[in-house]
Design a protein around this ligand. Structure first.
Ligand SMILES: [Mg+2]
Length: 239
């Protein structure tokens, strides 16, 4: 019997256009250049760094441990471009870097996300498990609140706060332990085959792949979150 459903955040519940993220990167870059009085030719270097950073988010591992926290992402950047901000400058940059998502919000992947969460919550405990990038859990809570989905969750697990990232098996078991639920009584839903589906499997949690477009590489999958309850019933929650 399934008792707990954990959900991924990015591209499962919430999504953002590439152009939005690019705009934010330009704003972050300009802010860093202004705050540190750097020459304009640093702009390309910083933007290149952001592109590499986004790639490293897709393959979390020991080799890019520095990408786990916004603070260490910035320290890594400053080392690469040979910049030495003082404590005040660093704080100012960090605040802008982590908070600028709130000025132009991402959107829900499907209009009915709140309705889906409400229905799931009637039957299951709900937890969010999110690998964070430039925006930490502290800011993501405010974002979830603004999008109207914060209160559906019994627990929020952000990688920057628990200092581990999916697909590490341990991160999938935090909510199980908190609610005294077995991994086999848990379903994890997410859009990434590597990070969500295989990660959940490695923790013996039942995976469901969220795949709105394209050919499914694995089963079970759903093309809409509205299919989730039926899919879970068919594959995992038979009673
Ligand atoms: Mg995702």
């Amino acid at each position: 019997m399934i008792k707990l459903v954990t959900l991924d955040l990015w591209d499962t519940l919430v999504t953002d256009s590439k152009s939005n993220e690019r705009k934010r990167d330009l704003l972050r870059t300009d802010f860093i250049i202004r705050t540190l009085n750097l020459m304009e030719d640093y702009k390309a270097k910083i933007l290149d760094y952001f592109e590499e950073l986004v790639e490293s988010f897709k393959h979390p591992g020991e080799e890019n441990e520095w990408a786990l926290l916004p603070e260490t992402q910035l320290l890594h950047l400053f080392k690469e471009i040979d910049a030495c901000p003082d404590v005040e400058q660093f704080k100012k940059i960090l605040t802008f870097y982590t908070g600028c998502i709130l000025d132009k919000l991402p959107v829900l992947t499907e209009e009915g996300v709140p309705e889906v969460l409400k229905t799931l919550k009637e039957k299951y405990k709900l937890a969010l498990i999110s690998n964070t990038g430039r925006t930490p859990g502290k800011v993501l809570r405010r974002l979830l609140k603004k999008l109207g989905i914060l209160d559906y969750f019994d627990m929020l697990i952000f990688s920057d706060e628990v200092k581990m990232r999916k697909p590490e098996p341990k991160i999938f078991l935090i909510a199980c332990e908190a609610f005294h639920v077995l991994s086999e009584e848990t379903v994890h839903v997410g859009d990434s085959m590597l990070i969500d589906f295989n990660g959940a499997l490695s923790a013996k949690v039942n995976p469901v792949l969220y795949l709105p477009n394209g050919n499914p590489p694995a089963t079970p999958f759903v093309k809409s979150l509205f299919e989730l309850k039926d899919s879970m019933g068919k594959y995992y929650d038979k009673n």
